[in-house]
Design a binder for this molecule. Structure first.
Ligand code: ADP
Ligand code: MG
Length: 271
């Protein structure tokens, strides 16, 4: 089901992301919380996937484990054919800088740096060459060509998030993870950001995994994965706003659990 894609884009068959039996417990002893419980999934390169589920269902933990920002307690994470779990901290950092982009709800820009400096910071940290023409091109793509020398506090929320997306695009990662990237934005800015993420997939061939609460945002994706209590609770291909809202409303119903079991089996087939 996850191999279906909408729209035209570079045809790629490789798997961008694989999780097998990923489990993550936060805290210890009586305070221990199982945030992810045996999550197995496979996403093809060039796909746009939304991750949805109630607050506390493990969405952020899933993204952080998949992006190598957190280490799972057990299970494996494979990005672009390379297993991240088991790598040393230094290897992981290097791998992350090359293959992974992350867009956070609160932008995570450095206040003292300009738009250009923020957007090129990961390249600088990875000691990669910074091409000024390419930088300008990507900032123009996200509509910030006339803001390159501005600092984050001179920008709107939507503009700040577009800097974060330019930063992710410039590093040319395999996978871009976005955790509620439109959560702090007005409707119009949210739409701009979602269109940029969709373009990153369908025009630039990136793989995007986006956590969202919003059925409208999820409808921009090729498919939706639902999480409940740290476990996969089903999926939806070619999601419409209504279909997503309907599934969210019934997450946790006995009928939804049956569907989820079938979806788990389908997902497992990809592994
Ligand atoms: P979501 O993004 O779906 O809201 P999270 O992945 O943030 O869910 O959290 C999943 C569960 O793990 C929640 O019960 C949350 O309270 C807990 N949790 C997340 N991060 C931590 C942490 N650093 N320390 C302790 N518990 C955490
Ligand atoms: Mg979260």
């Amino acid at each position: 089901m996850f191999r279906k894609r909408r729209g035209a884009g570079p045809a790629r068959s490789a798997e961008a992301l694989r999780l097998v039996g990923v489990r993550k417990v936060h805290g210890a002893g009586g305070n221990a919380v199982t945030a992810l419980d045996d999550v197995t999934l496979s996403l093809p390169a060039g796909s746009f996937t939304a991750v949805m589920g109630p607050s506390g269902s493990g969405k952020s933990t899933l993204l952080r484990c998949a992006a190598g920002l957190d280490r799972p307690d057990s299970g494996i994470v494979v990005v672009d054919g390379e297993e991240m779990t088991g790598a040393s901290e230094a290897e992981l950092t290097k791998f992350r800088r090359q293959r992974i982009g992350f867009v956070f709800q609160q932008y995570n820009l450095l206040p003292t740096l300009t738009v250009t400096q923020n957007a090129t910071l990961p390249l600088k940290l990875a000691r990669r060459r910074i091409d000024p023409h390419r930088t300008r091109e990507v900032l123009a793509l996200v509509g910030l060509a006339d803001r390159m020398g501005h600092r984050p506090d001179e920008l709107s929320g939507g503009q700040r998030q577009r800097v974060a997306i330019a930063r992710a695009l410039l590093a040319e990662p395999t996978v871009i993870f976005a955790d509620e990237p439109t959560g702090a934005l007005d409707t119009r800015s949210a739409r701009d950001v979602l269109e940029l993420l969709r373009e990153a997939v369908h025009v630039h061939g990136r793989t995007v995994v986006m956590v969202t609460h919003d059925p409208v945002a999820a409808s921009y994706a090729d498919s939706v994965l639902f999480l409940a209590d740290g476990r996969l609770a089903g999926s939806l291909a070619a999601p419409t706003v209504d279909a997503v809202a309907e599934r969210l409303a019934h997450l946790g119903d006995p009928a939804a659990r049956t569907t989820a079991a079938a979806a788990d089996a389908t997902l497992a087939l990809g592994v």
